[in-house]
Every structure is written in C-alpha cells, then in structure tokens.
Design a protein around this ligand. Structure first.
Ligand code: AHR
Length: 511
C-alpha cells in the first residue's frame, strides 16, 4: 500500500493563513450574475432579485472576498451604465462574451449582494478600452464621502455612505490577444502605474493588483511580469496570476498532479517579483493575487446551442462554460487549495473562478433549483477550517508515475495550526487511482489529544471517478466520515481511499 509520513513541527510555520485566499469571482458572463446570483421573479428571489437559495449556498461555501465585474468582460465595460435608475440603464453589446448586457445588475446591486453574502468586494477597473480618468472617477464614486460630482451621484443613486472598497484590480488579462484593448507589457506597465497614482490621489488607502500573465504558457510569461513591475513596482501591492487546468486525453495521473505545476508557477512569479525588487532597490514587498484559478474544460467553450464558440447571436445571459465537475476534479481542486495555502506567505489573495454556473462550485437553474458541485466541498471545508498558522510540512511519500511530471508524491497535503483553539486541520489528497494510501502524521513539540472530525470525498459506492452532482442527483458526490483515524504512540494514522480528498481536524497541546 502506498504510504506517506508527514512530520509537523510546532516551530516550522509558513505564516498566518490569509483569509483572502478563499476568494471567488463573479463576472458578467453567461449565467453567473443573471439567473445565477440575481434572478428577479425566481420563487426564491428577495425584493432586490437576489436568489436566497444561491445566497445560502454561497454562505455555506464561505468565500471571503469576491472579484467583480470581470474578467474579460471588464475590458469593454462602462461602469456608469450599471448605476442609476434601472429603467434608464442602457442595453449594450458585450464583445467579450458576445452577449447583450442589460445592466440590470451593476455596482450598487453587487455591493448590496456582497454585504448580504458577507464577502469583501474586489473591484476591477477597465484598462482595456478605458483608462486613468474612468478609473479615478469610479474610485471617487465608490469611496468619496460626498460633495463632489461622482460621490454626489452615488448619493443620489441611493447610497449615502461610501462603499469603502479597498481592493482593486488594475484591469484584466491585458497580456492576452483575446482581450479587448490587449497591450504590450510596456504599454500596460505605464498605464497601470499612472492609473494607480490617480486612483490613490482620490483615496490613498487602496490595495492595488497589477495584471500578471494569463497563464504560465503565455509566450510573454516572465518578461511581462518583469516589465510591468519595472514600471509599476512602487505603485502596486499585488501581481495577479491566472491558471486553469483540465484532464487531457484521459491522463488522470498527470491531471491529479497539476498542483506540481501550480507550485512551480507560483515559485516562478515570486522569483520574478523579487528580482525586480532587488534590482530596483525597492523596500516594500509585492505579493500575489491568484485571482483566477480552477479546473476548466476549455474545449467545451460551448453554449447551449453552438459548441466551440463563445455565443451565437446576441442574447442575454446565454449558458456559457457550465462545466459539470467530477470526483477527480474535486480532488484536483483540493490539491490546488493546498498549493495556495503552502504559498500563503506570498499568495495573499486567491479567487476561484467563478462562483455560480460559470465553471463554478454552485449551479443554479433559471426558475429552478440550486445545488453544490463536487468541487464545492474542498473549498468549503478549507475556507472553514484553515485557521491560524500555515504549517511547513515535511512529507515523505510513495511515488506515482505521471507522463507530465515524472514521479510525484502519492499524497498531497497542507495543514494549519490554530493555536488559540489548540487545533490542527490537515488537508490531504490521495492521488492513487486504485490503491488506498496510509498516512502517518508525527508531531514535534505538540501532542495529539484527540481527533475532532474526519471527512473524505471519494468515488461513491457503485460509481466511477466521473461521478458528479447534477440537478437530478444533487448529492451524489459529497463528504462522508473518514473511518479508522487513530492515534497510536502520539502518531495520527489514517487510511485514505483511492482518489480521495480528506480533512482531518485534531486537538493538540504543547508538548
Ligand atoms: O473566468 C473566465 C475567463 O477566463 C475570464 O473572463 C478571463 O479573465 C479568463 O480568461
């Protein structure tokens, strides 16, 4: 049986758990907003049109911060279209997703929804078709108390108090040729620098995210980050990363090891940031906002009527990239969360893309029900239980061969130590498709005093690794108790089923 020995030492910590690591993303894309979080007339909608059934699932999922309004959408968006009396708002062509944008939902609605969902707003400005002027106007509209053109307009539109949005993205994926207003690194670096300056003239207390590469395979990856930061290092606080992964050609073993790629991608961006810091003699540290990540089956960039294309015709909220996630996808998502947590000293913000319907942990049907996808579970449990300090684990594990990464650890893990409550949360995945894996956790400087809870997500009995939750069977895949977790001679032992992701919480005392 494959084995893993995990050593936890009280003195080996990575840093505090950044609560913003458990972020999500709401884009005006497909049915994320319309018929996702917002559907006036739905039996579960409140008086503002917010779906209460979806809100309940969002609260259960537990995201801490939600990025809005895009994504590719933001690069052609006029934020002014989404404020003011709903009946006066213009209908526009959204070139990013070939969709009619009604603007029935805009900034005020999102801020209200975010309050209801108890999440922080992370707002993106359009640096595709727009620039410094529109960005600083938006900051004035959102954050200035009153007595000026834009802040008084906000007040007239019903929000007497400022929205007080602290976290802002300076555009989206502007390194990508698909982006409306695609730029070279020099063009973007200068624009980001000047926009950041102007936004801070309005409100000095902002946290700003510069656009990094849209993926590790972009031809400009590395030089983009270097050039952008050479211009804008002093003005920004974070550099973004985006990554989407999928199983290719039935190669599940490589897919299950993609966190190896995520680890290397993060290490590469950290190295580039720090090289610019050293070369420029900068004092402050720029960190990472991994503000789009997930599993996404890109060849299925399909719609309900035209596979392979973004959308047919110009319609309101077409069904776009509504991937259905399997057990395999959930285990991989668990390992991505491990990777983010292991890098929590530098990845301070991360947003799973997206929240509802569009490559999302939550699905919702128009005028119908909402349910949790398989990938909901690792996110929900980690958002809930990753508290306190991130532990630096020493893992010695059996190897599994993969075509893409060579031999990799059969077990992938991350853990946190909540000293105040005397609790450790261990998050652990078994990448073996066929075999159980035995895990032994040894502690140094801490004693296990009891096992509080242990749950596992794996292939349900009688099903295969493609099992998924659907409208008809919304609870086919979920967490079940992980039996047999035991403490012997101070060592915590658990046996993980093949292809599984587990969370074990145990109580500890200082030794
Ligand atoms: O999340 C879907 C899309 O993926 C976003 O709009 C874009 O930023 C990325 O390419």
């Amino acid at each position: 049986m494959p084995r893993a020995r995990i050593v936890i030492d009280r003195d080996f910590t990575i840093g505090d758990v950044p609560r913003r690591l458990f972020g999500s993303f709401v884009e005006h894309m497909g049915r994320c907003v319309y018929t996702g979080i917002f559907e006036p007339g739905h039996p579960e909608a409140d008086e503002r049109g917010f779906r209460r059934d979806v809100l309940a699932l969002v609260k259960e999922l537990g995201p801490t911060v939600v990025r809005y309004p895009g994504g590719n959408f933001v690069s052609g968006y006029r934020w002014e279209d989404g404020v003011g009396p709903a009946e006066d708002r213009p209908r526009r062509l959204d070139g990013a997703w070939h969709t009619i944008e009604t603007n029935a939902f805009g900034l005020h609605e999102f801020v209200d929804w975010a309050r209801e969902a108890d999440v922080e707003v992370m707002e993106a400005v359009n640096l595709g078709t727009r620039g410094v002027e529109e960005a600083r106007a938006l900051v004035e509209y959102a954050n200035h108390p009153g007595g000026t053109y834009w802040s008084d307009l906000r007040r007239r539109n019903g929000a007497a108090d400022p929205f007080d949005i602290r976290l802002w993205c300076l555009g989206n994926e502007l390194d990508g040729p698909w982006q409306i207003g695609h730029k070279t690194a020099h063009e973007y670096g200068r624009l980001a620098q000047e926009t950041a300056k102007a936004m801070r003239f309005v409100d000095p207390d902002l946290e700003l995210v510069a656009v990094g590469s849209s993926g590790r395979s972009m031809p400009t990856f590395g030089t983009w980050e270097h050039t952008v930061l050479t211009h804008a290092y002093d003005e920004v606080d974070y550099l973004s990363m985006h990554a989407y992964y999928q199983e290719r050609d039935g190669d599940a073993a490589s897919f299950l090891a993609e966190a190896v790629d995520m680890d290397a991608f993060i290490d590469g961006v950290v190295a580039t940031i720090d090289a610019v810091k050293a070369a420029g003699n900068h004092r402050k540290q720029v960190d990472i906002s991994f503000d789009e990540w997930n599993v996404w089956y890109m060849e299925g960039l399909d719609t309900d009527d035209q596979p392979g294309r973004v959308a047919k015709g110009w319609r309101e909220h077409p069904r776009l990239i509504e991937d259905t996630y399997s057990v395999t996808d959930a285990v991989v998502v668990g390992t991505f969360l491990h990777s983010l947590l292991r890098h929590g000293d530098r990845v301070r913000i991360a947003n799973q893309a997206q929240l509802v319907n569009v490559i999302a942990p939550i699905r919702a049907e128009e005028n119908g029900p909402a349910w949790r996808q398989s990938i909901f579970w690792p996110f929900a449990r980690m958002a809930e239980h990753a508290r306190g300090q991130i532990l630096r684990l020493a893992v010695d594990a059996s190897q599994v061969p993969t075509a893409k990464f060579g031999d990799v650890d059969v077990v992938d893990a991350a853990a946190t130590w909540d000293e105040e409550n005397g609790r450790i949360a261990l998050f652990v995945a078994n990448r073996s498709l066929r075999e159980h894996s035995e895990v032994a956790v040894e502690l140094r400087g801490l004693d296990v005093t009891g096992v509080r809870a242990a749950e596992v997500l794996t292939v349900p009995e009688g099903a295969d690794r493609n099992a998924a939750n659907t409208q008809e069977a919304p609870d086919a895949v979920g967490l079940v108790p992980l039996r047999g977790v035991a403490v012997e001679d101070g060592v915590l032992r658990a046996t993980l089923p093949p292809l599984s992701w587990a969370v074990v919480q145990f109580d500890v005392a200082r030794a």
